[in-house]
Design a protein around this ligand. Sequence first.
Ligand SMILES: NC(=O)c1ccc[n+]([C@@H]2O[C@H](COP(=O)([O-])OP(=O)(O)OC[C@H]3O[C@@H](n4cnc5c(N)ncnc54)[C@H](O)[C@@H]3O)[C@@H](O)[C@H]2O)c1
Length: 442
Amino acid sequence: MNHKSSSIDTGRRDFVKKSSVIAAGVLAAPLLSRANFFSGANDTIKIALIGCGGRGTGAAVQALSTKQNVQLVAMADAFRDRLDGSYKNILEALEDKKGRVQVKEENKFVGFDGYRKAIAMADVVILATPPGFRPIHFEEAVNQGKQIFMEKPVATDPAGIARVLAAAETAKKKKLNVVVGLQRRYQTSYRELIKRVHDGAIGDIISAQAWWNNDGVWVHPRQAGWTEMEYQMRNWYYFVWLCGDHIVEQHIHNLDVINWALDAYPVSAQGMGGREVRKGKDYGQIFDHHFVEFHYGNGAILNSQCRHQKGTMSKVDELLIGTKGKVFCDQARITDTKGNTIYQFDKAKENQPYQNEHDELFEAIAKGEYKFWDAERGAKSSMTSILGRLATYSGQQMEWDAALQSGMNIMPTAYAFDATPPVAPDANGLYPVAVPGQTRPF
Ligand SMILES: NC(=O)c1ccc[n+]([C@@H]2O[C@H](COP(=O)([O-])OP(=O)(O)OC[C@H]3O[C@@H](n4cnc5c(N)ncnc54)[C@H](O)[C@@H]3O)[C@@H](O)[C@H]2O)c1
């Protein structure tokens, strides 16, 4: 959700001439097929937006604000009102570059199946629906041979992760650039910190802490006339099959930083959680707090906490503790073990990571370069957060391999507004919520 920075940034306005983009592309990548990267006779890079909500709208604006000659040609959303709102917001945000929006009425696709047609029209696709659908959309985009920007998380269950990992392999073979919206990986301060960690600035990492504690997010109460499926789709944050719970949807950012620093993924996790204040019909199934202890193969332990409770202390941050020092990520500072600062990133030099994701992706595409293969690490950091949820829901210790191999699939068997979602409310309108000690992990 709104992760520290605004999700719409249109600050960049310096576009280069078509000819130089073509020249750079052809010269820089003699081994790659030009057809892989461009639409045809000219240098236009066509994009399609799948999932036209807040983030998808922001990502489209950012893609359209890169230096390259990018054109939005298709949009797909489950709902017409969301698509129309996004279309309007993109046009407004683009100001003098409105010509980059070339979405004909027949290329606006509404419903569950529109993604296939929208993907077919583009060179690059932006996947920004709720994460439950990502494996389906990512697999289709890879099968169609498209370059991809996809938001995190990339799945909500182990079966979805396995599907993304398999498609990621195919994407590599096809040399399709894939950027995943874990934007700290595209943020200058984080890059500077983690580079120093990898160069040994704090010795061996022995433990870490990660926090995503704040008030929580929006709620969309049920409206008359909605089917159960429409309600769950509209209020998606609160349904595990769509969202993964907030430990997956938001806390993944912090968990990914620790995985990045350690260059590893946890082998096991155990923890606790529940819902203390998030009660009632509008709040579906998800917890309002989780605390998880993740164990890594090198012996490092990550203590992770995430909370959605109004009026409580707010903290979104990561801390790395090594044999020679510590990294305070939010402060962008590295200290020795005595607390003396040994590196301080100058925050005046910070970039806009949401924009940078697209700047770097579209530059690579225009040059015909294959530079981004984020899908595997995006899947494994999504799996890290799913592992945490399995641990807090069940109250059991969870092993990475067993969880991934479980094949656990929490998605619906059919996608239609009159189809049956995977969970149903009881007679009081309340949904099943995990009970540690009773809920089975898979
Ligand atoms: N990287 C970040 O900092 C960041 C910030 C916000 C959101 N996100 C991620 O972006 C994704 C979208 O979040 P959002 O805040 O934009 O949510 P949103 O509800 O504003 O938008 C989601 C859109 O997807 C549409 N949709 C749902 N199912 C669909 C389907 N099957 N086919 C087509 N469209 C469908 C919805 O109707 C809605 O318009 C999530 O994965 C979220 O975690 C990332």
